[in-house]
Design a protein around this ligand. Structure first.
Ligand code: 5AD
Ligand code: FES
Length: 352
């Protein structure tokens, strides 16, 4: 094995920090035993904290209306080919009922930025879910809102909030989003969410157009400042009805190495092996867990809308029932020697 590679991994593990050049080395240096050494170090750290448990989060994609026009995203408002839908409150509540029966202890409500779902509607929904499933956590993933809106969601009982920052570099951010959106605003939302008391998830896509290695290093610096509880990363995958249709897919290998590096930097962080990773590679999610991830997010959305929530082409699980994804995930987790947790799976700092 490459001695320098090994030294960098050992130092990273011991100090939980990494320089820009060390980071570049870990991402770029090839060799099977090098990458294995990195993955194994991350796996060990995850095991110390999470004991080979994987947390499942039932994902409910409740609206694909969105007022934003992000260049990478299939449900951007400019995509006239998207077949738009909204789930009713009843439908969402029945997804949660089904989810609890399947053993999920977290529901993630994810949607585009859809003004139809006013704060009142979101708060009412959160209160109803928490009343029906008091032992479950509710995670919201509905984009940028005001401080006041976030505070209302939290007071209604929402526990966690996912908002990927997408890239910490403002110039790069402006190449992925229309002028109406700003990276600074995005980061401020994340700081607000943390201040309010949510368990907060940020994150990026790997291999978005114009992304450089230095951009990803900046993402790490931002995460070190924010200290998120969750970090969502997956490869960029082009969608045919977006300006990035002809751009290449992000690298699974870089995604896996980055997962490992993040695990070593943030031992306690909740790190999903994402659907995008499972789309880019048939066993990508398993590879993610073996590289230090500890969360998977089976789809709980009604089958009739699944093939409409297409952020990118080729998305997996669009034809399966919730029960099928549940079984499939449990099988995958056990197949690699891990087991599915039956707890809520909060960040260790939030467990009392
Ligand atoms: N490829 C991969 N991930 C995507 N996302 C949006 N579009 C794509 C794409 N084309 C990710 C973004 C967003 C999350 C919900 O999905 O990072 O924050
Ligand atoms: Fe949905 Fe495997 S997780 S089919």
């Amino acid at each position: 094995m490459d001695i320098e590679f090994k030294n960098i991994v050992d130092t990273l593990k011991a100090t939980k920090s990494i320089t820009r050049d060390q980071f570049a080395y870990l991402l770029e240096k090839d060799g099977e035993d090098n990458r294995e050494y990195l993955f194994e170090a991350a796996r060990e750290v995850a095991e110390q904290v999470f004991h080979k448990e994987v947390y499942l989060r039932g994902l409910i994609e409740f609206t694909n209306y969105c007022k934003n026009n992000c260049y990478y995203c299939g449900i951007r408002c400019g995509n006239a080919n998207a077949d738009r839908y909204r789930l009713t409150e009843e439908e969402i509540l029945s997804c949660c009922d089904r989810g609890e029966k399947l053993g999920f202890k977290t529901f993630v409500l994810q949607g585009g930025e859809d003004p139809f779902y006013t704060d009142e509607k979101i708060c009412s929904l959160v209160r109803k879910i928490k009343a029906a499933h008091p032992s479950c956590a509710v995670t919201l993933s509905i984009g940028e809102k005001s401080y006041d809106s976030y505070r209302k969601y939290f007071e209604s009982g929402a526990d966690r909030y996912l908002l990927r920052h997408e890239t910490a570099n403002e110039e790069h951010y402006s190449k992925l989003h229309p002028e109406s959106m700003s990276g600074a605003e995005r980061k401020q939302c994340l700081r607000n969410l943390k201040e309010i008391g949510f368990q907060v998830g940020c994150g990026i896509m790997v291999g978005t157009p114009f992304q450089t290695l230095d951009n990803i290093y900046e993402d790490i610096l931002f995460m070190q400042e924010l200290q998120p509880h969750m970090i969502g990363i997956g490869p960029f995958i082009p969608h045919k009805d977006t300006p990035f249709r002809d751009e290449p897919e992000g690298s699974v290998e870089i995604t896996l190495r980055l997962l490992s590096i993040l695990r070593l930097l943030f031992p306690k962080v909740l790190l999903p092996a994402t659907t995008a990773l499972g789309t880019a590679d048939a066993i990508g999610r398993e590879k993610g867990i073996l590289a230090g991830a500890n969360v998977m997010m089976p789809n709980l959305s009604p089958v009739k809308v699944r093939d409409k929530y297409l952020l990118y082409d080729g998305k997996i699980c669009t034809g399966e029932e919730a029960a099928e994804c549940n079984q499939c995930m449990r099988r995958r987790v056990e197949h690699i020697g891990f087991h599915v947790a039956d707890t809520r799976g909060d960040h260790p700092d939030f467990v009392n």
